[in-house]
Design a protein around this ligand. Structure first.
Ligand code: ADP
Ligand code: MG
Ligand code: ZN
Length: 444
């Protein structure tokens, strides 16, 4: 929602976000099948555990737990020294066991937070570990199921209903994507479904502090911009309904991007419909202080820390630093280029400018090419008579006193003209060539 628009609304939005992210572990959450299922032949990464065959026993993937803890710690969560898996029971053909192993009452991490650029804090309710489902595919009249994705580790991050605008939701979701990539826990690619967003939205009369008794859950939305559009649409739709006096109820809706509308999918279940109960086949997860310290010590530099470093150590502006730290790949490229550039007397600022304002494609331009072109451009100016000549002509017009002094025999007066040209070239022109050119111009 555009700022300012809120004032004309009689209702203000309440939004909470659930983000699912698939971890890039080697194997699945509760078996040793390979987790990388993307574009693999259907049903080749399966075993009795992830097919939910009777009698098969799950076991916990420690790499997934560690990655879930990394996410939780980066979001300043409390890590539970003891947590548990629970069965979330529901029937769906891509869920062979008839339940999903998830966490409910005892999540791995809880009570975290993330700060947005305007300083507002988004409170994180929980960061928990669960498993992905299989995938249904429709082929003409038939529906077939691929279980390669069944049991792939999934982390769910749930916020408190702290958002009031779709823009803040977008910023939060993008920051999490960036975080997952810095932490190297997931590709977090929305198109491939590595990362999935669900927004819960309701409206309350302005000034009311209690949460509305209903919420609409926007599901299966696979891009940041669709999410923003769907939220905007819901704010409008719900406020029109409320104004008409309609009593809104708990509901799940999807986004139709052709029609630019949300549409009802189903009436939303309540938690008790899932009949959560502790997973009897898995032990409690115990996390020691030592383990937490170990994971903290392995925590890579996070985007905000990198930004701070660029600003303080390299003199980059805050807004440039934000763009340069958008992803870890861009940051590494920039830093490697700076190292080489400094050896060539090119400043970090010039490197930043080259990458940000000249649209250098970092996939296609090697660091050596980039720095070479900066060095060459600098020397091109020095040898370019025409450019220097035009600055020299300007200097002559702008400094009539120096010109007449020179013509009256004070040959030293030419130095102030040289200085003027040097300033115009930001110090890049060759002072000897400048002097010679000025002498030629003043001779006629
Ligand atoms: P479920 O799995 O049933 O969706 P969760 O507890 O995982 O339940 O997620 C609930 C989400 O809905 C949280 O992000 C929470 O902040 C948000 N939420 C709760 N109440 C409201 C409300 N009235 N309006 C908008 N969002 C809400
Ligand atoms: Mg939900
Ligand atoms: Zn398996």
């Amino acid at each position: 929602m555009a700022q300012g628009e809120a004032k004309t609304l009689k209702y203000s939005p309440v939004i909470g976000l659930e983000i699912h992210v698939e971890l890039n572990t080697k194997t699945k959450m509760f078996c040793r099948c390979l987790a990388d299922y993307f574009a693999k032949k259907p049903n080749t990464h399966t075993c009795p555990v992830c097919l939910g065959l009777p009698g098969a026993l799950p076991y916990i993937n420690q790499e997934a737990i560690n990655k879930c803890l990394l996410i939780g710690l980066a979001l300043e969560c409390q890590v539970s020294s003891e947590s548990r898996f629970e069965r979330k029971n529901y029937f769906y053909p891509d869920l062979p066991k008839g339940y999903q192993i998830s966490q409910y009452r005892w999540p791995l991490c809880k009570n975290g937070k993330l700060k947005l650029s305007d300083g507002t804090i988004v409170n994180i309710n929980r960061v928990h570990q669960e498993e992905d489902t299989g995938k249904l595919m429709h082929q003409g009249e038939d529906t077939v199921v691929d279980f390669n994705r069944s049991g792939v580790p999934l982390v769910e991050i749930v916020t408190e209903p702290d958002f009031t605008t779709s823009e803040a939701v977008r910023e939060y979701a993008k920051s999490l994507q960036q975080l997952f990539r810095y932490l190297k826990v997931s590709n977090a690619d929305m198109e491939r479904g590595d990362m999935r967003l669900e927004a819960n939205i309701s409206l309350r009369p302005e000034g009311q502090t209690e949460l509305p008794a209903y919420r609409v859950e926007l599901k299966n939305i696979n891009s940041f911009s669709f999410m923003v559009k769907a939220i905007e649409y819901e704010i409008k739709r719900q406020s029109e309904e409320l104004e008409k006096g309609t009593k809104l109820t708990q509901q799940t809706r999807g986004w139709d991007d052709n029609k630019k509308v949300t549409y009802p999918q189903r009436e939303k279940e309540e938690a008790h419909d899932y009949r959560y109960f502790p997973e009897p086949d898995l032990p409690e997860i115990m996390i020691s202080m030592n383990q937490i310290d170990q994971i903290k010590s392995e925590m890579p530099e996070l985007p905000l820390q990198a930004q701070k470093r660029l600003v303080e150590k390299l003199g980059i502006t805050v807004s440039d630093a934000q763009i340069l730290t958008e992803n870890a790949e861009k940051l590494t490229y920039f830093e490697e280029a700076v190292e080489l550039a400094i050896a060539e007397q090119v400043s970090p600022k010039q490197v930043a400018n080259e990458i940000l304002n000249r649209g250098v494609d970092i996939q296609k331009t090697s660091i050596i090419e980039l720095v070479n072109s900066l060095v060459q451009r600098r020397s091109a100016v020095i040898s370019d008579d025409e450019t220097i000549r035009s600055w020299a002509k300007e200097a002559i017009t702008e400094n009539p006193q120096a010109v007449s002094d020179y013509k009256n025999g004070k040959t030293n007066a030419i130095m102030s003209l040289v200085g003027s040209v040097m300033r115009k070239s930001q110090g890049r022109a060759d002072a000897n060539i400048v002097k010679q050119l000025l002498e030629k111009l003043l001779y006629v």
